[in-house]
Design a protein around this ligand. Structure first.
Ligand SMILES: [Cu+2]
Length: 188
C-alpha cells in the first residue's frame, strides 16, 4: 500500500486557496498611497502626494502643498530617492499652482513602487536646480499621521485567513486520506 499518495481533492482545494491568497495580497497595493512631501533646502514648502492606480496602466498623482504660494512650481517623478535624485525626470507632472497639482501618468502604481522613484517639486521654472519638497515613492514609509492604513490591514488579514484556511484544508485532506487508507473499504 502506498502511504505517500496523491492528496485528496480537499488537500488540492487547500493548495488552490493558498495560491489564491497571493493575488489578494498584491491587490492591497491598489489602495491609494499618500506620501508626505518633506521640505528641502529650507523652502518652508511641504505637503502630500497621493497616488491612485486608475487601472489600464494609469496612475493619478495629486500633490497638495502648503507654503508654496501661487507658484507655479514644476513637479516631476524622478528615478532615485530624495537624497540622490536622478536629475532627468521619468514623468512630468502638472506644475503646482496655488498649492495643488493633479496629473495622470502612464504607469501603474505597482510599477512606480517596484522601481526606485521619488516625487518632488522645483522652486520655479527659472530655478529648476533648487528642489523645494520631495517624497520617496515607497509603500510603507513617509505616511502622514500615526494611524495605520486600515485598507491594507484588511487585505493583509484576508490573505492570512486564506493561508490558514488553505493549510487547514491541506491537513484535513491528508487526514482523510490516512483514514481512508486505514478503513477496510479501501483495500489496495
Ligand atoms: Cu524634477
Amino acid at each position: 500500500m502506498t502511504r505517500l499518495h496523491m492528496p485528496t481533492g480537499i488537500a488540492l482545494a487547500g493548495l488552490l486557496l493558498l495560491v489564491a491568497a497571493l493575488p489578494a495580497t498584491a491587490l492591497a497595493q491598489a489602495q491609494p498611497l499618500t506620501l508626505t512631501m518633506n521640505a528641502q533646502n529650507n523652502s518652508g514648502i511641504s505637503g502630500t502626494a497621493t497616488f491612485t492606480d486608475m487601472g489600464n496602466g494609469q496612475t493619478r498623482v495629486v500633490i497638495q502643498a502648503t507654503g508654496a504660494g501661487a507658484g507655479p512650481e514644476p513637479a516631476h517623478i524622478h528615478p532615485g530617492s530624495c537624497d540622490q535624485l536622478d536629475p532627468t525626470p521619468a514623468y512630468t507632472l502638472s506644475s503646482v499652482v496655488n498649492g495643488s497639482s493633479t496629473t495622470n501618468v502612464d504607469t501603474s502604481l505597482q510599477q512606480l513602487l517596484d522601481g526606485h522613484y521619488a516625487v518632488h517639486m522645483h522652486k520655479s521654472q527659472d530655478e529648476l536646480t533648487v528642489y523645494v519638497a520631495c517624497a520617496d515613492i515607497v509603500q510603507s514609509a513617509n505616511r502622514p499621521g500615526a494611524l495605520p492604513n486600515t485598507g491594507n490591514l484588511g487585505d493583509d488579514w484576508t490573505g492570512a485567513v486564506a493561508i490558514v484556511a488553505g493549510l487547514g484544508l491541506v491537513g484535513l485532506g491528508v487526514g482523510l486520506r490516512r483514514r481512508a487508507l486505514r478503513s477496510p473499504s479501501s483495500s489496495s
